[in-house]
Design a protein around this ligand. Sequence first.
Ligand SMILES: N[C@@H](CCC(=O)N[C@@H](CS)C(=O)NCC(=O)O)C(=O)O
Length: 224
Amino acid sequence: MATVEEPKNKLKLYSYWRSSCSCRVRIALNLKGLSYEYIPVNLVKGEQFNPEFLKLNPLGYVPVLVDGDVVVSDSFAILMYLDEKYPQHPLLPRDLHKKAINYQAANIVSSSIQPLQNLAVLKFIEEKVSPDEKLPWVQCHIRNGFAALEKLLKDHAGRYATGDEIFLADLFLAAQLHAAIKRFNVDMTPFPLLSRLHEAYNELPAFQNGMPENQPDTPSSSTT
Ligand SMILES: N[C@@H](CCC(=O)N[C@@H](CS)C(=O)NCC(=O)O)C(=O)O
């Protein structure tokens, strides 16, 4: 079996077990066979606002990757960085159209779904609107995004989102599908393609090991 070259300084990932943005990066690191030090940032306790962490990412969001002197935050930027620096198991297909579909699917998740379910947004709704509106709000935006993804991927999916190989879109989808199903209790009946992809991802060790329930900071009482 080919050995994967390890960086001199071990990669560090600032992560939170339930963060879907961190989950995308954990899956990529697993796919690429890169070991890393997991540094938990407890978002519920507000550790993302610690001055030391804000020096790494002034936005106060995980994930943050540290690779020697290089500090990168934002999962999309991290994934692009990792893909160029560690090209084993490429995250982007060579085919231009397929690549564009990967960007499009990833951005539907990262721009039009995930920000609307972020902790800061949910806290705002809870405090300024009503705690009862939190779940319907999240479910509504997940459903809108999933409806678009279901249509987009209809003509491109194979075993995975854009064919029979794993690419960028799959990382974003896997993390978002997990959150939708396990955390936000979204009814997946209208989304047969996405449901099938969710099942396919569940069979892959790189995906399983990146999921919220399998992280060093996962609370023992939690199932998601
Ligand atoms: N676009 C960023 C978004 C990062 C983000 O929203 N991270 C969430 C966890 S998934 C977070 O740290 N939230 C903290 C908060 O809302 O206070 C990315 O893809 O990394």
